[in-house]
Ligand binder design. Structure first.
Ligand SMILES: [Zn+2]
Length: 314
């Protein structure tokens, strides 16, 4: 699932392309990718004609603010990713444009331009398209169809369930604030006692970190994923903070991790996965050359990858 670096990369890309453009038309497939009352028909009525004012990220979510009273909220979920390009719909006349992947339905869209938008299978599950005033289109490719796209009144944005109770953004936190977050988290409604990796991934603690970057941050910081948060020493919290900023910043520079479905809006892959040291590296020698071999353990329904040599459970 896209985490902070992937979503930030998408937002950075789109900011350079779509701000100031008008939405001139909208298309959604028959499987109803618009998950709210009124569906695609109502959504289309409200967005067509509107100008795109801004695009921003909060946690793992994308917010597209339109001129006028509405905002588009997008949670890409497991396989969803926004793409920017030009597509044409398959018709009886242009069926020859396809297809090395077998049967396609008459609803499918094919990129007009070559390259990854056309050739990478991950980019070919087009569920909805915003047609823009510059002739380009903003599309959602979403193999597994879990993505959530809804239209919200500007003043109701804070009521969107995903945006409620979110913790602070990692890049907005100073070291001091980060330390306070840990101390504050013991006791009371925001009690975050427990195992370190699940706490880092808890969106009400700090927003935007998921399975991939939690493993990478803890590898970098040299802390075991099962460490008890309430037993962390000050210098260990400092290590987590520095690792968090370093790992997330580098991942944004590398334009995210394309391990599974995530792609840039251009259809290209990010490169952060080439620098992963723990996540899905089970059996590899630790890159710190300490003689450790990366292990995988279960934490509830999820897993964690770590080096038993330099990430010791105390
Ligand atoms: Zn190691």
């Amino acid at each position: 699932m896209p985490e902070l670096p992937e979503v930030q990369t998408t937002v950075n890309f789109l900011r350079n392309k779509i701000i100031g453009l008008k939405i001139v038309d909208f298309w959604a497939d028959k499987e109803k990718p618009i998950r709210q009352a009124g569906g695609a028909a109502k959504f289309k009525k409200m967005v067509v004609g509107a100008k795109i004012k801004s695009v921003w990220r909060r946690a793992k979510y994308i917010v597209v603010d339109l001129e006028g009273p509405y905002t588009i909220f997008i949670h890409q979920k497991i396989s969803g990713h926004l793409l920017y390009g030009k597509w044409q719909q398959l018709t009886v006349d242009n069926k020859h444009l396809t297809d090395r992947y077998g049967q396609r339905s008459d609803e499918e869209w094919i990129s007009k331009e070559g390259g990854p938008l056309k050739n990478d299978r991950k980019n070919q599950y087009i569920r909805l398209i915003f047609f823009l005033s510059n002739g380009y289109q903003l599309a959602l490719s979403d193999l597994r169809r879990f993505g959530r796209v809804i239209l919200v009144k500007d003043d109701k944005l804070t009521d969107v369930k995903e945006l409620k109770g979110l913790g602070p953004e990692p890049f907005d936190l100073s070291l001091l604030q980060f330390k306070k977050l840990f101390r504050k988290s013991f006791g009371g409604a925001r009690d975050k006692r427990g195992k370190l990796k699940p706490v880092l991934m808890d969106q009400t603690f700090v927003a935007g970190i998921g399975n991939i970057y939690a493993d990478e941050i803890l590898w970098e910081a040299g802390l075991h994923p099962l460490s008890r948060v309430e037993h962390l020493l000050t210098y260990e919290i400092e290590k987590i903070y520095r690792a968090m900023i370093k790992i997330l910043k580098k991942a944004v520079e590398l334009r995210g991790s394309s391990m599974d479905d995530y792609r840039l809006p251009s259809g290209e892959m990010g490169r952060a996965q080439l620098y992963h040291r723990a996540y899905q590296k089970t059996g590899d020698k630790c890159a710190k050359h300490d003689g450790g071999v990366i292990e995988r353990i279960k934490i509830g329904q999820r897993s964690a990858h770590f080096c038993p040599k330099h990430q010791v459970l105390k």
